[in-house]
Design a protein around this ligand. Structure first.
Ligand code: ADP
Ligand code: MG
Length: 403
């Protein structure tokens, strides 16, 4: 099916060269360098990060690029190839809700690094994103992390800042300045991924473990449904709140602490009686944590069939117990499975965004074609497709000859 839309990763050298030239045209001076940070797709472990649990994302080869130059006058100038609006202001002006809109993801990083930065630090920033925006593939973390790694490399005194601390600063930029709820998985994988590996994240311990991708004959196909339902933000907040109430009712610090064996206990049921949908929400979180660890084991055994069935189990749990799926995601999953995918699930927060499928390398076009056809039959917007090869973390692009 040649009429499908595939979103390809950008070529680093080409983007770096174009960005360098656009930066000079816009700001009248050369950037200090170009940095890039990846978007991510979560293989399994959804809505677990804010419950102290496990997730298993991978860094996409699709990255956001930032050309950055340090200034000494406390001025921030921020522009993007993806946005008509740019922003200029002073570092002291930045704070919760200021600036508004997309520049908050950039200015927020400077704000979050706060007193670690020298007085008078300012930045010129021009970004070019190759992660689709709002597709549940974390273009927002790719943006904040691309700027975060640039600032760390450019500012003397930040060299010792760990990836974990930089990720925390990028989370604060999103949560507090941009006002977007995010649990920390996105920034962690963008900064701490290991090439050709998934990253097992333990949100309670703030630890990561690279997990090798052992299925070279299989591919993770991403379906960007291009649906963005307006309930996403409110429902995300509602699920977080339900989980906090459930943890309090159960007397545990986070749902991570609840032993899976206790899910059927009468006292658990009683404790959750007053939490709306408490039992179903808790069942999702607890069983999802189990599926993440089982999937890591299945990868070690190179058991593609088991990996696939755990993915599909995750989808069913998100759809039926956590209730964060939607028609587009369900159509994508059903069509992919019908066309021979070994497993499929929604990925990301839900109510739109992307679905993924584990597919035999030979069948990628076939499965994508079946999904596109199902969308057309249902009268849905044409989906876009990406191939998610586990890729490297954020960093500086190699120095290029000037001239
Ligand atoms: P996701 O992270 O899944 O792509 P979000 O809603 O969290 O979705 O983040 C998307 C937002 O991030 C955009 O609406 C925009 O504000 C900002 N953003 C991401 N990439 C860019 C970019 N290249 N240029 C400008 N803003 C961007
Ligand atoms: Mg995001």
């Amino acid at each position: 099916m040649s009429n499908l839309t595939w979103l390809e990763p950008a070529d680093d050298d080409t983007v770096a060269e174009t960005l360098d030239q656009s930066f000079r045209r816009r700001f009248g001076v050369a950037p200090d360098g170009v940095w890039a940070a990846p978007g991510r797709v979560n293989l399994i472990g959804e809505h677990t990060d804010y419950n102290g649990g496990f997730a298993l994302p991978l860094a996409l080869p699709h990255r956001t690029y930032a050309a950055v130059r340090v200034r000494g006058d406390g001025v921030l100038r921020i522009a993007s190839a993806q946005q008509p609006s740019s922003w200029q202001g002073r570092v002291e002006e930045v704070g919760p809700g200021r600036p508004e809109g997309w520049p908050a993801y950039v200015a927020g990083v400077v704000w979050a690094l706060g007193d670690r930065l020298p007085d008078g630090l300012g930045l010129d920033v021009l970004v070019d994103g190759h992660v689709p925006l709002g597709a549940g593939l974390s273009s927002s973390a790719a943006l904040s992390c691309s700027v975060g790694v640039a600032v760390r490399d450019l500012v003397r005194g930040l060299a010792g800042l760990s990836d974990a601390d930089l990720a925390a600063a990028c989370v604060r930029a999103e949560n507090e300045v941009a006002g977007a709820a995010t649990g920390g998985m996105d920034q962690t994988v963008s900064l701490r991924a290991v090439d050709e590996h998934l990253l097992l994240i333990d949100a309670r311990e703030h630890s990561v473990l690279p997990v090798a991708w052992t299925l070279p004959g299989h591919e993770v196909l991403v379906v960007d449904t291009r649906a963005h339902h307006s309930l996403a933000d409110g429902q995300y907040a509602a699920r977080r709140h339900a989980c906090e109430s459930a943890a309090t009712a159960l007397g545990v610090g986070s749902l991570r602490e609840l032993d899976p064996g206790r899910l059927e206990d009468a006292d658990v049921r009683r404790a959750l009686a007053d939490v709306p949908d408490g039992m179903a929400r808790v069942r999702h979180v607890v069983t999802e944590n189990g599926r993440v660890l089982d999937l890591v084991g299945a990868l070690q055994e190179q058991d593609a069939v088991l990996v696939g069935s755990l993915m599909t189990g995750s989808h069913e749990s998100l759809r039926d117990d956590y209730e964060v799926s939607c028609r587009e995601l369900d159509v994508a999953v059903t069509a992919a499975l019908g066309a021979g995918a070994l497993g499929a699930r929604m990925t990301g927060g839900g109510f739109g965004g992307s679905a993924i499928a584990l597919v035999d390398r030979e069948d990628v076009e076939l499965v994508a074609g079946a999904v596109a056809e199902a969308f057309a039959d249902e009268g849905l917007t044409e989906p876009h497709f990406l191939e998610a090869a586990p890729s490297r973390p954020a960093g500086r692009l190699g120095p290029r000859p000037t001239g």
